[in-house]
Design a protein. Structure first.
Length: 317
């Protein structure tokens, strides 16, 4: 690895939970495996901030909340569930990092997780047309009853049943960014902005109020990377690189590419919404800040090679 950098790492769901293995013990094991792949970044002297997804975990928390919803024990709103998932995943990751630092005799290194709020705009158009499905599946009759009782917006989900849908607004500002920046600059590994951050609205009197929404974690990571003036945004997912003509005979993995070239691929509809598209859009958002920034999209297993410039899709400003 070359010069020391400030790196924001966006961890996808596959780095936190394997299919069908949702127990605490199983997810702790996955967290430990993830940290083994990321430790070389810290050993090389880079300053590292971790942003994680929370889709499977917050989904399970919502299921638990809905299952026990009574007058005596009412279910918690989605922003509360997001906070719970941040604490849970942050606990697993910071403990895994601390154990790894101890095992490698890195006694001067510390890891901390931070419950993080992300300001969104109440004028964001997605609040008028929520599309992000969360929580349990319902029959149409059940969905309409829930809609009438709880005020949820419900929609049919790809032929699988009916589900509650919530807005997915773009992040505007990360409330705890100055604290995260101070910790990162002090050499602390910081886990923050989980699930893109807990969405909050700033009210007229300046106070913050949670809103039931879901922020895309890649956009949250790009926003944090901008605020930290990071050198690199590393987006880790289930594939080694972004690809054009995906799953076709002429499929092509993208290596180093300019922002302009990547935008052309977006305009050509090369990337699936809800999959690779938000990752490349978040990468472009970050590199548009200029100053020699690099965004990398690759798999967890290719972390070291990607930072060395020998793997993954590298988008340069």
């Amino acid at each position: 690895m070359d010069k020391q950098r400030t790196i924001v790492v966006a961890l996808g769901g596959n780095a936190l939970q394997k299919q069908g293995e949702a127990s605490s013990e199983a997810q702790r094991r996955v967290a430990a495996e993830t940290i083994r792949q990321l430790l070389p970044l810290v050993q090389a002297g880079h300053k590292v901030a971790i942003v994680h997804g929370n889709g499977p975990q917050v989904g399970n928390i919502v299921l638990h909340e809905e299952a026990v919803n009574t007058d005596d024990v009412p279910s918690l709103p989605l922003d509360d569930c997001g906070a719970m998932s941040q604490g849970l995943i942050g606990f697993w990751l910071q403990q895994a990092f601390q154990d790894s630092f101890r095992a490698h005799q890195m006694t001067d290194k510390h890891a901390v997780s931070l419950v993080t709020q992300t300001i969104v705009s109440g004028d964001d158009a997605v609040f008028q047309n929520p599309t992000k499905p969360i929580g349990p599946f319902y029959s149409e009759e059940e969905a309409k009853a829930v809609q009438a009782e709880r005020g949820y917006v419900v929609k049919e989900d790809a032929g699988r049943g009916w589900r509650r849908v919530v807005p997915s607004p773009k992040p505007v500002e990360i409330v705890e960014a100055p604290i995260i920046k101070a910790l990162v600059e002090a050499g602390v590994l910081v886990v923050s902005t989980g699930g893109g951050g807990i969405p909050v609205l700033r009210q007229e009197d300046g106070t913050l109020k949670g809103v039931e929404a879901v922020i895309d974690k890649d956009f949250g990571a790009a926003t944090l990377a901008n605020l930290l003036h990071a050198d690199t945004l590393l987006i880790l997912t289930s594939v080694d690189a972004a690809k054009v003509n995906f799953n076709q005979p002429n499929e092509e993995a993208l290596g180093q590419i300019s922002a302009e070239e990547m935008q052309k691929h977006i305009d050509d509809g090369q990337f699936a919404a809800g999959s690779m598209l938000p990752k490349v859009q978040a990468a472009l958002q970050f590199v548009s800040g200029g100053g020699g920034r690099t965004a990398v999209i690759t798999s967890l297993e290719k972390t070291t090679e990607a930072i060395d410039g020998t793997a993954g899709t590298r988008i340069v400003s």
